[in-house]
Design a protein around this ligand. Structure first.
Ligand code: UDP
Ligand code: MG
Length: 316
């Protein structure tokens, strides 16, 4: 069997030497053919130089160079497109996903699982805020989107060739890869692990990127927000009808209508807010359709080393 390890890289020069050092003994110890495929996602530091040197020294180290930063999920997709292994592992560069877990994952693969997910049973070195928002995120996603989505499972997983090929056919622009994998519905095993702190460098996921990621996850798997805005609009309409009856009663029976400026203002504010929110929400989905219709490639390759042809061309 041949194992591919896909690692997206964005400004990881600080951690790359320890990553390369940690990977090597584990992979040699597996006793199978392997390749390590680095997807260089437009770093602005020394990562490309370090990777290039590593790839020159060992032809099993492959580098795919993006023309600019296309983002983590696009980098994972490109890695899966270019990986040639019978099984492919996707992991972070920062050693938060420990290479020592690879033998356990490969064993599950050999037992016949198509997807082997690594589940974080403990998380170090991450802020309470990140842990809390991550739990909330998984809770919402499981309720609203797909209960097959496992809590505390990130992008660290092994995929069989069958899973990689199936995933390769899903070329949507706004990608939530772990959701796409859950959508495949293939046989999945879970391997628990202890997520340590980053070995070096800082997180490449600031809060705004996390929010954007969470919204991509929800909107590309669920129209629930649209339905909620529909139901909200219907509830407000109902309230409007009830209140109108009251107003008509005041006008024609009590004849006390001059007062009521405050209620008018409140209603005006509330309703225009609700309407704009609903329109904005619809607009967001329309914008996503627009992105999809353009059918642009998910990434552009500017170069590479030790690479073959991709199973899935950059332009599907
Ligand atoms: N990454 C990437 N492109 C980006 C952002 C991140 O390729 O635009 C890579 C990054 O180099 C790392 C992985 O994605 O290998 C996960 O990022 P990070 O460890 O910073 O995220 P965290 O673990 O803090 O959520
Ligand atoms: Mg990380």
């Amino acid at each position: 069997m041949k194992l591919s390890v896909v690692i997206p890289i964005f400004n990881e020069a600080e951690v790359l030497p320890s990553l390369l050092a940690a990977l090597h003994p584990v992979l040699e110890g597996l006793g199978c053919v392997f390749e390590v495929l680095f997807v260089e996602d437009g770093s602005r530091d020394d990562s490309p130089t370090i990777l290039d040197a590593a790839a020159r020294a060992d032809s099993r180290i492959k580098v795919l160079q993006f023309s600019r930063n296309f983002g983590h999920q696009a980098a994972i997709t490109a890695g899966l497109d270019f990986a040639t292994g019978d099984a492919v592992v996707v992991m972070d560069a920062d050693l938060q996903d420990p290479p020592e877990l690879l033998p356990a994952m490969v064993q599950k693969y050999e037992e016949g699982y198509d997807v082997v997910s690594a589940q974080r049973v403990q998380r170090d070195g991450e802020t309470a805020f990140k842990r809390a928002t991550a739990s909330l995120f998984y809770a919402i996603m499981r309720k609203a989107v797909d209960e097959r989505l496992r809590p505390q499972v990130g992008d660290f997983r092994l995929l069989s060739r069958r899973a990689v090929d199936a995933l390769g056919g899903l070329r949507e622009q706004h990608r939530f890869v772990r959701g796409l994998i859950a959508w495949l519905g293939l046989r999945e095993a879970v391997v628990p692990f202890h997520r340590r702190a980053r070995a070096a460098g800082t997180t490449k996921y600031p809060v705004w990127k996390m929010l954007r990621f969470a919204w991509t996850a929800i909107s590309s798997f669920s129209a629930l927000p649209l339905k909620l805005s529909l139901y909200g609009g219907m509830a407000l309409t109902l309230l409007g009808v009830v209140y109108s009856v009251l107003v008509l009663y005041e006008t024609f029976v009590l004849r006390t209508t001059v007062r009521g400026w405050a209620s008018l203002v409140c209603i005006q504010l509330l309703f225009s807010g609700a309407i704009l929110t609903a329109i904005g929400l619809v607009g967001d989905y329309v914008a996503r359709i627009y992105e999809e219709v353009k059918g642009r490639p998910l990434y552009v390759v500017a170069g590479g080393r030790n690479l073959g042809e991709p199973a899935w061309p950059a332009r599907a």
